[in-house]
Design a protein around this ligand. Structure first.
Ligand SMILES: [Zn+2]
Length: 346
């Protein structure tokens, strides 16, 4: 098969698209004929290398994909060849105390397809059946591939971990990114007052289209100051921050007394200067969130399949142009998700 792959960590020029042995489905796995994959910032970080990673090179990146079940390994009862499915990347052991409570993303052995083990940006992929969600006819491959990682992340952040309610206000940072645009849609669906930041007029307009009541240009004004003005100095009940070091102080400054900041990532760095005085005096909560449980994945994807939520497709590229796809994420070009499809499928 053909696969996006790299034999060492590094810049975008380590990415190749070429021959790779066909994967065989193990017990409990299916082999997927991949129709589309989508990128996440995680793909860039994995390619660059992180201290926790010890990859088996060549590594195939990619945590999001959708396609057709081509064959099934032993002990797979949920799927048969021909089924349309989307991949959810989180792999949990099913046996630890957290898995037994249905908290799969707290699993003590939690790891992600594409990050810790080979991913799905390839013509074929062997994936645990547990990691597949049925995709109805009528849902495009691009949509099915683009939704799982960011929508489950935003869903758990806002609802399970953040417990956002309809009489509250929420600020979503970086509304033009994958998690950001999912978070705006979910917050709007809940009925909360939604504030969003983005950097260009086009991105601000799209944040409003996604459901933001107020869109703030973070390039031209300090968003914490703007939030104070827009809320009569009160601040918001919740901030959704996946940006990290660059925004952390302003995220805390944007919160109302008793407010909470939910973090699921730190694309600009994970060790920000923080302000403990502000945290204790204003009685703020700092809440972490990662991916979602399998049940949460089912719940949120149901709402993507029925059109309640819609992943915006920024661009669709052949997998042979995966390096260009990585560049679009690194340069923060455009809005929403970058999709890659096997060259033969274009
Ligand atoms: Zn577990």
């Amino acid at each position: 098969m053909q696969a996006v792959q790299f034999a060492a960590h590094g810049d975008r020029d380590v990415i190749e698209y070429g021959e790779f042995p066909d994967p065989e489905p193990d017990r409990g796995e299916v082999r997927l004929d991949v129709k589309a994959g989508a990128l996440n910032h995680l793909d860039v970080f994995t390619r660059e290398g992180m201290p926790i990673l010890d990859l088996d090179f060549p590594h195939i990146p990619g945590s999001d994909a959708a396609g057709v079940v081509e064959s099934v390994g032993a002990d797979v009862a949920r799927f048969e060849p021909g089924d349309r499915v989307a991949v959810t990347a989180g792999i949990s052991c099913g046996e630890c105390e957290f898995c037994r409570h249905g908290e799969h993303s707290l699993c003590v052995n939690y790891h992600l397809l594409g990050e810790h083990v080979r991913g799905v940006h390839s013509e074929l992929a062997a994936v645990p059946a547990e990691n597949l969600v049925p995709v109805p006819e009528g849902v495009s491959w691009e949509t099915a591939a683009a939704a799982p990682l960011v929508f489950q992340t935003a869903w758990r952040m806002l609802l399970t971990r953040g417990e956002l309610s309809s009489d509250e206000s929420v600020l979503v940072l970086g509304a033009s990114g994958g998690v950001g645009h999912a978070a705006v849609q979910i917050a709007d669906h809940v009925g909360a007052e939604v504030y969003a930041t983005a950097s260009t007029d086009e991105k601000l307009d799209y944040a409003r289209e996604c459901g933001a009541d107020h869109a703030i240009d973070y390039e031209s004004e300090e968003f914490a100051t703007e939030i104070r003005e827009l809320t009569d100095r009160r601040g918001v009940d919740m901030v959704v921050d996946h940006v990290g070091a660059a925004t952390w102080r302003d995220s805390l400054k944007s919160l109302a007394k008793g407010g909470r900041v939910v973090t699921c990532g730190a694309t600009t760095g994970g060790r920000p200067e923080t302000d403990l005085n502000r945290i204790f005096w204003n009685q703020l909560s700092v809440i972490g969130s990662t991916m979602a449980s399998l049940g949460e994945v089912d719940d949120v994807l149901e709402k993507v399949w029925d059109g309640t939520f819609e992943p915006r497709i920024r661009e669709t590229l052949p997998m042979s142009e995966a390096a260009r796809a990585h560049e679009m994420l690194e340069e923060r070009e455009g809005f929403g998700k970058v999709v890659v499809v096997p060259d033969g499928e274009l």
